[in-house]
Design a protein around this ligand. Sequence first.
Ligand code: CMC
Length: 429
Amino acid sequence: MPQTLTITDNRTGKQYELPIEHETVRATDLRKIKVKDDDFGMMVYDPAFMNTASVKSKITFIDGDKGILRYRGYPIEQLAEHSSSFLEVAYLVLMGELPTKSQLDEWRYNIKHHTFVHENIKKLMEGFRYDAHPMGMFISTIAAMSTFYPEAKNIFDPESRQKQILRLIGKVPTIAAFAYRHTKGLPYVYPENELTYAGNFLSMMFKMSSERYQVNPILEHALTVLFILHADHEQNCSANAMRSIGSSHVDPYSACAGAAAALWGPLHGGANEAVIHMLDEIGSIQNVPAFVKDVKDGKGRLMGFGHRVYKNYDPRAKVIKKMAYEVFSVTGKNPKLDIALELERIALEDDYFVKRKLYPNVDFYSGLIYQAMGFPMDLFPVLFAIPRTVGWLAQWVEHISDADQKIARPRQIFLGADERPWTPIEKRS
Ligand code: CMC
């Protein structure tokens, strides 16, 4: 079977044969299609990248119709069930293979020796107002880190690059916890490197006295699983931001800050907070049918439902839903769970949602768990950003190592005014 696509331009009657590779044609091959020799050539118009592959990647695979998610080939369900720690999965996502015992020990050691932040970073964070949003603090502090590590601009020096990766993964939980403690007016708690990645984060968040914070193993495990589920998700809005910013060859702190900003929006990482607001607004199970009707009438969206890629149950949501019960066995049930379950039950039977293939996504149940664990709502996007830093870094390394890539620069269809002469101000109407 020839791996080509033949296109006939009905304006000219000319035919063009384009090579097909990996079920795609190169958009630049379309530029041959012209009416006149000095035409720019044919482009594709694809707002929001609905059908455009902008990268070749080996990191994360999603089959949205079948509800499959794999990091480096390993199904997310298996990683969630069997991984010994978040850092094991972080190694896999970044390095491409599961680590051996000695590789994992070295990786853990290296990351744990980068968990402390410079005291000036602490001072910088103290400068935020008492009611600053922790995600705004997180984004700004990540951006500020580029000023502490100016050598980070040497992105093609493998040693320097690896150092920044270790620093970012090591420090994001510390910055996140400091942001929380700042808003509460609590003293910052320094990292304890003998704890796990998730356990240390819980300790920096919730420890109150000088004694070691006794992390609950069920909650620690739940947070580890949540971190694993959020580590990467191929070319989503923030990964695309990371790659796009990184394509200018800026340092990884600046690129990560931009990716985190992209994550903050309510259509991306801000959705789990929006779910809690929605459940609060619904208030009780009796109000669920009326709420669903309002959504169908176009009065708002069912937050935590729907996905650009998944047209089936989000596999992460399945794992989280199961885990919610384990967490609630420790914390007590989040009273909003019953509303969420009823919402899901009604939506999954309703023609509107069935026809549009709208299923619960990762954010539908995660907020309920975070809330039950004692995390305030405005910290939810920060909780997403901690593990996703690993994914951003993996996407960034792949991007800047890819010979096919250049600085990201989309084209536009210009529909504005044609050339016109300058008008003096007194003659303008
Ligand atoms: N509630 C009600 N209707 C919806 C929803 C929803 N949550 N999501 C999509 N639709 C409808 C939408 O109105 C449209 O209907 P119609 O064809 O009649 O105009 C159709 O489904 C297709 O929607 P779309 O907006 O074209 O789909 P999209 O791929 O551009 O949007 C989405 C994906 C995730 C932004 C969207 O489903 C949404 O806004 N969901 C709620 C927010 C949310 O939960 N976001 C978290 C995403 S998962 C975490 C992450 O990856 O960041």
